[in-house]
Design a protein around this ligand. Structure first.
Ligand code: 13P
Length: 298
């Protein structure tokens, strides 16, 4: 069933857990997210990111995501990730998305406030919650950002920690429902261990009691996930590492076939099948960690 972003984050709040928010720019990934949610009994956020538009257009995947979520037994929020243009956000609202993110983190603070508040006004006519971002998680998923031995804040990754005092003002001035904040995770592949600042996260949580979002959430240790959830993270965005593991699974199919016969024919459906199986397994495993001890809810 389709669930509003606000409601799915309230479920997470009540259970001191985080909901996994998975980017799904292919049909295999959409299916894997929904199947993992049905299998585990945990709610899930199924996302499409504006930066994946060339890979998978919103007008193709968006209506399919909403339809499949409506027909699923799992609790699913269909969410637009990192929308940077209000017209793109509006299209997602019209398709029936129950969550949208306006990402004005690259804009000057005043412009971020202005456009985030416009996005909140747009949502008010729809059954849809709003996520906005303050601070920055650096470049987009798929990139390699953190160099060995460097922390994101110091490593020239473009990541900027969220200012806890500014977070309080930002929430009051915009009317957003959940806040993406930067405290050490970055999008893309990590070259070293990510170093999370739980102090920054706790300071943000002291000032605002709304659900907080971890972006750059793949490639983080289970202990860091648990500590972040205990400090108020209610939504964890997860893409790069799942996509990497699925790519490796598809490569293993090719390698196994070619090891037996160097001219073996490898079919596309064998690759997508292996990638799908891998994604379901990976999503189920992280969803159980994000549940932080909460029993399955469905
Ligand atoms: P990763 O690149 O760590 O998977 O993060 C994805 C994300 O935050 C999407 O918004």
């Amino acid at each position: 069933m389709l669930v509003n972003l606000r409601d799915i984050c309230s479920i997470a709040e009540q259970n001191n857990m985080a909901v996994g928010a998975f980017n799904a720019p292919s049909f295999e990934a959409v299916r894997a997210v929904i199947d993992a949610a049905e299998e585990t009994g945990y709610p899930v956020i199924l996302q499409h990111a504006e930066c994946h538009e060339d890979m998978m257009p919103l007008d193709k995947i968006g209506p399919a995501m909403v339809d499949l979520a409506e027909r699923s037994t799992a609790q699913i929020c269909v969410h637009l990730d990192h929308g940077e243009n209000l017209s793109y956000l509006h299209r997602a609202l019209e398709y029936g998305f129950t969550g949208i993110m306006f990402d004005g983190s690259a804009l000057p603070y005043e412009d971020n406030v202005y456009y985030s508040a416009r996005a909140a006004e747009m949502c008010s006519g729809y059954n849809c919650g709003l996520e906005c971002e303050l601070g920055s998680m650096g470049a987009r998923e798929g990139d390699v950002l953190v160099k060995e031995g460097e922390t994101p804040a110091a490593g020239g990754t473009g990541a900027v920690y969220t200012d806890p005092d500014q977070a309080g003002e930002f929430v009051a001035a915009t009317g957003l429902d959940i806040l993406a904040c930067s405290f050490g995770t970055v999008h893309g592949l990590y070259r070293g261990e990510p170093h999370l600042s739980f102090e920054v996260l706790e300071q943000i949580r002291e000032r605002i009691r709304i659900p907080l979002v971890m972006h750059g959430g793949s490639g983080v240790s289970d202990d860091d996930y648990r500590q972040a959830i205990d400090a108020g993270i209610r939504k964890i965005n997860y893409y790069t590492y799942g996509a990497k593991y699925a790519g490796e699974a598809a490569c293993r199919v090719v390698d196994a076939a070619r090891a037996k016969d160097s001219s073996a024919v490898v079919y596309w459906h064998d690759l997508t099948g292996a990638a799908y199986e891998c994604l379901v397994k990976d999503f189920m495993q992280v969803m159980k960690v994000f549940a932080n001890g909460a029993a399955p809810l469905a």
